[in-house]
Design a protein around this ligand. Structure first.
Ligand code: ASP
Ligand code: MG
Length: 297
């Protein structure tokens, strides 16, 4: 089978396996939101994509984080295959992990803790691997790739510990040395966006996490518990030098009442790249959007 066809088959099995797993867990699927009056601040991606329609600007969704927080007011468990546009700096074109349009499986659970969504994330990933092994194991083997088995729970390391042990480039180093997926937890408040919840018992440390793939494939998912109280959200927005007006729609929701929740987003192309063992996420898409590069179609 051609590499491109294999990538399509694996992607299709991955999407089906995620849906099957989450529906069995009691989740409902939300249709994606592409244009919004407010979107994820993502301070490491400074450029914004907007369009003007009906006399006002609309952001192209960077992540559905605020929509997820709003949606769990209606249903306790929601997920979405969410197309995200993030205008990544051109230097990231060669990271192997960045497209400026990608899809993430974004999910959120009302009143869940970080531990609960980490447990869900592990079971989801192992379910996906087992479905892909069954459906595409042979085709992948022909390309020299064996779908791996991993024991649970995956190991955890705190952000501070990882930095102490592996230096500045700890994420790369940790992913390169890991033999199984590994959790990076407890990011310092300055490292993440305002919506990740600060640990009430450990000021300055967040109740959040990333999952890293082994073999150097890098970040798989990001998530955590969320700030949901209006006064805390305001303090966090101001603490990051952002304006309250810009996040008015979120603050209005929070004043009306948000639930505590936790969730994560897992990049679909990164997952397929890892499963296929490809060098770049662009190889997983028929119509990839690589930062700074033109597209044929
Ligand atoms: N959607 C992610 C989350 O749930 C954030 C992201 O997109 O990076 O935290
Ligand atoms: Mg992330």
């Amino acid at each position: 089978m051609k590499r491109e066809a294999l990538a399509l088959e694996v992607t299709s099995v991955v999407l089906g396996a995620c849906r099957e797993f989450l529906v069995n867990e009691g989740f409902v699927e939300l249709l994606p939101v592409v244009l919004a009056p407010v979107t994820d601040p993502l301070r490491t991606t400074p450029e914004w994509a907007t369009i003007t329609a009906y006399g006002r600007p609309w952001y192209l969704t960077r992540s559905m984080i605020f929509h997820k927080q709003a949606a769990v007011r209606v249903h306790p468990k929601i997920f979405c295959f969410s197309p995200n546009v993030r205008l990544e700096p051109v230097e990231r074109a060669h990271s192997g992990r960045h497209l400026f349009e990608f899809v993430q499986l974004d999910l959120e659970v009302r009143e869940a803790t970080r531990d609960e969504v980490m447990d869900l994330g592990e079971r989801l990933l192992l379910h996906v691997l087992s479905e892909v092994r069954e459906a595409c194991g042979q085709a992948l083997r022909a390309w020299g790739r064996e779908v791996p088995h991993y024991p649970r729970p995956f190991p955890r390391i705190s952000w501070h510990e990882a930095r102490r042990e592996f230096g500045e480039d700890f994420e790369v180093e940790l992913s390169r040395r890991a033999k199984t997926p590994v959790w990076l937890v407890d990011f310092p408040i300055s490292e993440r966006e305002f919506y990740d919840r600060e640990d009430p018992e450990r000021p300055g440390i967040l109740r959040d996490m990333d999952l890293l793939y082994p073999e150097g494939f890098g970040e798989a998912l990001s998530g955590g518990e969320r700030e949901y109280e209006a006064h805390r959200i305001k303090r966090r927005i101001l603490g990051q030098g952002l304006s309250l007006e810009a996040y008015g729609p979120l603050l209005a929701l929070a004043e009306d009442g948000l639930f505590p929740s936790a969730g994560f987003g897992i990049g679909v192309e990164r997952l397929v790249r890892f499963i296929c063992g490809f060098a770049h996420v662009a190889e997983t898409r028929l119509f990839p959007r690589v930062p700074g590069q033109d597209a044929l179609l």
